[in-house]
Design a protein around this ligand. Structure first.
Ligand code: PAF
Length: 282
């Protein structure tokens, strides 16, 4: 298994792969790999000759009072999880090289970055888009893979890829869940026992909303309220937002028609979790 940290070495490696006429799939991650990441890597392996998994806890996407310092960093563990996928290339750029203090340029994906997670995390998606663009430039992938748990993120990356004419096909894959419905996330390890048992309420609330919509409810405000009420029953949950929005534009929906996205962000204790579901209304 190859682990590359130098930007130059990574660039040269990718260039050689391309020169040989082979294809590259990139799976960008911040490490602390779980089954969700592994499902992306499985799909990437099927698609391309060479798979690069980047592991970089990106300081640009964390706000000042967020969990950058305590975010899990466990490279040895991640390398072990990636062994069954060998041959695979791991890219672990250093923070000083990749996000030097003098970094001034950045990528802003207007409109899509404003609602939902963008409200409470200003600058977050600029940080994400900037780092993903840098990863694209260095690893030169033909394909890139993201999870739908971060629905807004994958939408923003697809828009960036199109608008900046990257010749890259971006895939988004379904959320992988724990046995009780909790969406897999590297942040789940922050949850204590009591919080962990409360956490599946996010997915339960999404499914409850889905049932009601499928039975004919059209009023997005009512759906919003029903979700808030259900989440409100769990004292450990503090809602950040509940969104009932158009899955392409992320604009708020009033009357539910066709495909809609229901998205939730909530704090369970100190841990911020997000989840979402696409529902097809009649
Ligand atoms: O989803 C993530 O882990 C990160 O936001 C990403 C895409 C690797 C960018 O840092």
């Amino acid at each position: 298994m190859k682990t590359v940290s130098s930007l130059k070495e990574m660039f040269e490696f990718s260039r050689k792969v391309k020169d040989r006429g082979q294809t590259i799939a990139l799976v960008p991650t911040m490490g602390a790999l779980h089954e969700g990441h592994l499902s992306l890597i499985t799909a990437a392996k099927k698609k391309a000759d060479i798979v690069i998994v980047s592991i970089f806890v990106n300081p640009l996407q964390f706000g000042q009072n967020e969990d950058l310092k305590k975010y899990p960093r466990r490279l040895k563990d991640d390398q072990n999880k990636l062994k069954p996928f060998d041959p695979i290339t791991i890219f672990t750029p250093g923070e000083k090289d990749f996000t030097p203090a003098a970094l001034a340029a950045g990528i802003e994906v207007e409109i899509l970055s404003k609602p939902l997670c963008g409200k409470a995390r200003p600058g977050h998606f600029r940080g994400v888009a900037t780092i993903v663009a840098k990863l694209f430039n260095i690893t030169q992938p033909n394909y890139a893979f993201f999870g739908e748990k971060d629905y807004q993120q994958q939408l923003i990356i697809k828009k960036m890829t199109k608008d900046l004419s990257y010749n890259i096909e971006v895939f988004s894959l379904p959320t992988v869940r724990e046995y009780d419905g909790l969406a897999m996330s590297s942040r789940n390890i922050y949850l204590n026992e009591r919080e962990r048992s409360a956490a599946p309420i996010l997915y339960k609330a999404l499914n409850h909303a889905k049932d009601i919509i499928e039975k004919g409810e059209k009023d997005a405000r009512r759906i919003n309220l029903i979700i808030a009420q259900l989440l409100g029953r769990e004292p450990l949950v503090k809602i950040e937002y509940v969104g009932v929005v158009d899955p392409e534009t992320l604009e708020e929906t009033k009357e539910i028609k066709g495909k809609i996205l229901i998205a939730i962000a909530a704090n369970i204790g100190q841990t911020r979790l997000i989840d979402n579901l696409i529902v097809n209304a009649k």
